[in-house]
Every structure is written in structure tokens, then in C-alpha cells.
Design a protein around this ligand. Sequence first.
Ligand code: IMP
Length: 177
Amino acid sequence: MSYKLIDAPLLTADQIRTRVYELAQALESTTNEPLHLVAVLKGSIVFLADLIRAMRGPITLDFIAVSSYDVNVSSGAVQLLKDIDTNIKDRSVVIIEDIVDTGLTLEYIQTLLRSKKPKTLHSVCLLSKPSRRQTKVVIDHVGFEIEDHFVVGYGLDYEQQYRHLPHISVVEVTSKQ
Ligand code: IMP
């Protein structure tokens, strides 16, 4: 495989900041109850960090990890690497995901968390690629819908690189002949 990072951002840091603030407001307007946020490691950490600082609270945090992407292709098989640490029974829970591609990861996490009987379960993602969807997974709040590009930055990686970028850029991946 060879790849090339496209210089011009697909989404600038300013665009992301504005939208994350709107998402924080939308999330808090859904309920007056304390929210328990479950962030999906590792890609959602930057999104989570900005989102919670735009919220008034009260909020609590938890983390879940599932099997990661195989470079730029979804394997379709999701495995739990780290479960949440908290009892979420009867609590208002929100899944914080970086990007929804096929939807298989989010669907798996929703099913797992629903089995723990939360009072409510909502899902927020920063990015969504609707054209890639393989399930009818429900996402309550979507930051940006994007085309079928592989993107990095703002927490998202390509082979663990580029998570630190403040903006989101496209990576062009090509197979070497
Ligand atoms: P899904 O199960 O196909 O929806 O994939 C979700 C996961 O794949 C995300 O949590 C990301 O870790 C990863 N992923 C999907 N698309 C991208 C991308 O464009 N850049 C980086 N990671 C991605």
C-alpha cells in the first residue's frame, strides 16, 4: 500500500469547533438528567475532550474499546477489547463515536450497552459516511456527513498516525502494483 495525505483540509479546525459546540448544545437539550458519556477508544478522544468542555454538565465519563480497523478496510467483525467500568442501569447514556462508516461498530456497541439496561441510550458521531452503510444503525446527532473518503486528524488515524492534526484531511490510499 502507498498513501498520500491531501494538504487542503476537508474540514478546518474552525468548522469543527463550531459544529462540536452545536453538538454539545443539542446533546444537553435532549434531557435535564446527568449524562454518562461512553467514548469509543481511541479515535473519539479529541472529539470527546472538546465536546465535554462545551457542556455545562453534570456529566460522567466512561470508555469502551473494540477491535480496530484493518488499515482502511472494515473487516466487518467487531470484537470487544475493553468494556465500560460503570453500572449504567437506569442511567442516561450517550455513545461518543468519531466516525460511522459501515455502522457495524456502532451497532455492536449499541447492542452491548442496551443489554445493560440504561434508561436512555443516544449516539453522537462527529463524522458519518452514509454511502458506506451496511446496517440501519440509528445515530441521534451527526457532526458532518462526508463522502466515501478515508480521513485522518482530530483523533482519527491512518496506521496510528495523524491523530494530532487539529483539522480533518483525506488520505488517498493506493495499492502498489
Ligand atoms: P464501521 O464499523 O465501519 O462504522 O467503522 C467504524 C470505525 O472504523 C471507526 O470507529 C474508525 O475507527 C474506523 N474508521 C472508519 N472510517 C475511517 C476513516 O475514514 N478514517 C479513520 N478511521 C476510520
